[in-house]
Design a binder for this molecule. Structure first.
Ligand SMILES: O=C(O)CCC(=O)C(=O)O
Length: 283
């Protein structure tokens, strides 16, 4: 089996044509990120690049394909209910050339290094797919609640729409300013949007009533801070809602556990900087 995690550079020309320096985030975007804990829309993929990614995702999620052991996690439906279906998987970069090469896309790397304030170290990727009509919600959560085995907290998420994403098909919602909240417990990600409610203060519950819906076009992205509370409703439309997510950390972030940081990878001893085959520096 060809494990693309051994290759720490692009293996195709898919993203090579994306110009480099022209995609820096302007002052307004950087200010929005620091004020609100998220920023959007950031252009990421052309129509051609989207076409290739969607075709590869179709193959990756094809129920007739044998299970690929390179996935770190693979949930055909992470909820327990057929009416709230959520396809969620980590590790596409090891299997698909387009998902692998997207990590080196200059349209991603330049904003990511601006927002992190230094060199970008890959953490892991994710795909979240909600099928038409029965696609389920993603619970309100802070990403770092799932990542406390690495630190200090200098992480960043880039969520990229592979379909036009709006309120009807379950776009991402953010609570502006919640990146200044302290760390909340980690909820069960699928099945119910509101699992976190019982852990919120009265003031936080009030803020939860005023989320911002991020309606963006296919090929556009949003970036968010590791403490920004976000979640999404189910897909009530006749269209799919597919997304690719790239999670990164500032170079120098350390392992805080002697256990493997992801399913199936070699452990990085506690206290040592994250690096090696599965966590390349993206340059
Ligand atoms: O795709 C979604 O609706 C949720 C994505 C998400 O929670 C994340 O990127 O952390």
């Amino acid at each position: 089996m060809n494990d693309l995690s051994k290759l720490h550079e692009p293996v195709s020309d898919l993203f090579r044509s994306n110009p480099d320096r022209s995609r820096a985030l302007g002052r307004e975007f950087l200010d929005a990120y620091h004020r609100d804990g998220f920023v959007a829309p950031v252009p990421m993929f052309s129509a051609d690049q989207l076409g290739v990614l969607r075709a590869e995702l179709d193959q990756l999620s094809d129920p007739n394909q044998p299970f690929n052991p390179l996935w770190y996690e693979f949930h055909r439906n992470e909820s327990t209910d057929d009416d709230t279906e959520l396809f969620h998987a980590l590790g596409a970069w090891r299997i698909s050339t387009a998902f692998h090469d997207a990590l080196w896309n200059p349209h991603f790397l330049l904003p990511a290094s601006q927002l992190l304030g230094g060199k970008v170290r890959f953490w892991h990727d994710q795909v979240f797919c909600k099928p038409p009509r029965c696609g389920g919600p993603v619970a309100w959560h802070q990403d770092y609640s799932y990542w406390t085995r690495t630190g200090p907290m200098n992480h960043l998420t880039c969520w990229i729409a592979l379909d036009d994403s709006d309120k009807e098909n379950g776009c991402l919602h953010y609570i502006p300013g919640s990146h200044r909240w302290s760390l909340l417990p980690m909820p069960q990600i699928a099945g119910s949007l509101d699992a976190i409610s019982s852990d919120l203060t009265e003031q936080q519950k009030d803020q939860l009533q005023s989320p911002v819906a991020v309606e963006i076009a296919a090929g556009e992205a949003c970036f968010h801070h590791p403490l920004t509370l976000h979640g999404s409703e189910g897909n009530r439309s006749d269209r799919p809602r597919r997304a690719m997510v790239i999670n990164v950390m500032l170079d120098g972030t350390r392992s805080l556990s002697d256990e493997p940081l992801l399913e199936g990878v070699d452990p990085i001893p506690k206290g040592r900087p994250v690096g090696g085959q599965f966590f390349p520096l993206l340059e």
